[in-house]
Design a protein around this ligand. Structure first.
Ligand SMILES: *Cc1c(COP(=O)(O)O)cnc(C)c1O
Length: 364
């Protein structure tokens, strides 16, 4: 089976991990600091704060940006659950706004309708590696005095014009989970130009300590280890190469899918660099599950990102959420992710294209 995602770990990462293990510094130490500096410089921001996961990055960002209990956070329901859950961790309320059907990202034109006195933040997701409409979102945020936190968990290296994802909101959050564009095994990063927010995130990451045994706020242990950071430093150097391969693979797939009726290739917004964390098509005529089964039989792995809108998850239904975002519902029933990862060989790409072409007769 050609997997839909695959971490690419080489000898270099293994050597670096070995060095760290032998150094004695195996928790947060000099490698984490070095990784933070390299990541901040890559994204083009003043501060980067390494944490234990993308989820803990989101959690700490909301607190550091001043979001409090009962505040409302406007976000997209068409994302991984952590995007909504991070607001719940701090007693805030995620408020879901529908997506633009072309980009699958938060529709800026619907945001203002959801703003009220309790609204404190907007949390756009750069889904599948395609940047959300940050210019418009930032404009709305400025008008209403809101903070913007980017969920960039799927978009390392993505850009709008010459600006990197992760440098456009007040804060941004990356994930280094093994399926993402780069990995540290588990891990996450917060980026920001705001020194106060950065300080707060650093304090919260390690037990709320300003100095040893001086606990000034309720903190956590959300630290990254030097073991993870040493993997991240190597992966960061490889990131642009990985993304280039993803983009080429996506171009190849789109060329073939353009010939097939019933399958819609991904839309790419003008002036963005889409880094194809996922290559996600829409399957029309209610045939998504049939196509998925056919591809899996043929040895082509697939994924559904995401089958259930966040507000429809049991957790949210039990809290009384009864949203119905029509574009999100439609996308959840139509999307199918096809392998695009940088380790695909030309033979595997050909096999995927041939299977898709064959499917067009058998499935539609
Ligand atoms: C992966 C992901 C997260 C969570 O990251 P973890 O490192 O798995 O905690 C959050 N948001 C989105 C959009 C993601 O894809």
């Amino acid at each position: 089976m050609i997997p839909v995602a695959k971490p690419l770990i080489g000898e270099e990462e293994i050597k670096e991990v070995e060095k760290v293990l032998k150094s004695g510094f195996i928790a947060q130490g000099p490698k984490v600091a070095e990784f933070e500096e390299a990541f901040a410089s890559y994204v083009g921001v003043k501060h980067a704060i390494a944490v234990s996961s993308g989820t803990t990055a989101l959690h700490l960002s909301l607190i550091s940006a001043g979001v409090k209990k009962d505040d409302e956070v406007i976000t997209t329901p068409f994302s991984f659950a952590a995007t909504g859950n991070c607001a719940l961790y701090i007693g805030a309320k995620p408020v879901f706004v529908d997506i633009n059907p072309k980009t699958f990202n938060l529709d800026p034109e619907l945001i203002e309708g959801a703003i009220n006195k309790k609204t404190k933040a907007i949390l756009p997701v750069h889904l599948y590696g395609q940047p959300a409409q940050m210019e418009r979102i930032n404009e709305i945020a400025r008008e209403h005095d809101l903070v913007v936190i980017e969920d960039a968990a799927q978009a390392h290296g993505a850009m709008i014009k010459d600006k990197m994802v992760g440098s456009m909101g007040d804060m941004a959050c990356f994930s280094f989970y093994p399926t993402k564009n780069m990995t540290t095994s588990e891990g996450g990063m917060i980026t920001t130009n705001n020194s106060q927010m950065a300080d707060m995130a650093r304090t919260l990451r390690a037990h709320g300590e300003k100095e040893r045994y001086q606990h000034v706020v309720l903190g956590y242990n959300f630290r990254m280890t030097d073991i993870s950071a040493s993997i991240g430093l190597v992966q960061l150097k490889k990131l642009d190469g990985f993304n280039k391969k993803r983009i080429e693979n996506a171009e190849y797939l789109t060329e073939h899918i353009n010939e097939i009726s019933g399958i819609e290739p991904p839309y790419i917004s003008p002036e963005v660099k889409h880094v194809f964390h996922q290559y996600t098509v829409r399957v029309k005529q209610g045939k998504r599950d049939n196509l998925m089964e056919y591809l899996n039989q043929e040895g082509v792995g697939t994924g559904i990102h995401y089958p259930i809108p966040i507000y429809k998850q049991k957790l949210y239904q039990d809290m009384g959420y009864d949203d119905n975002c029509p574009e999100t519902e439609k996308a959840a029933s139509e999307v199918l992710s096809i392998p695009v990862h940088p380790d695909l060989s030309i033979e595997e790409l050909e096999k995927i294209a041939i299977s898709l072409e064959a499917a067009s007769d058998k499935v539609f």
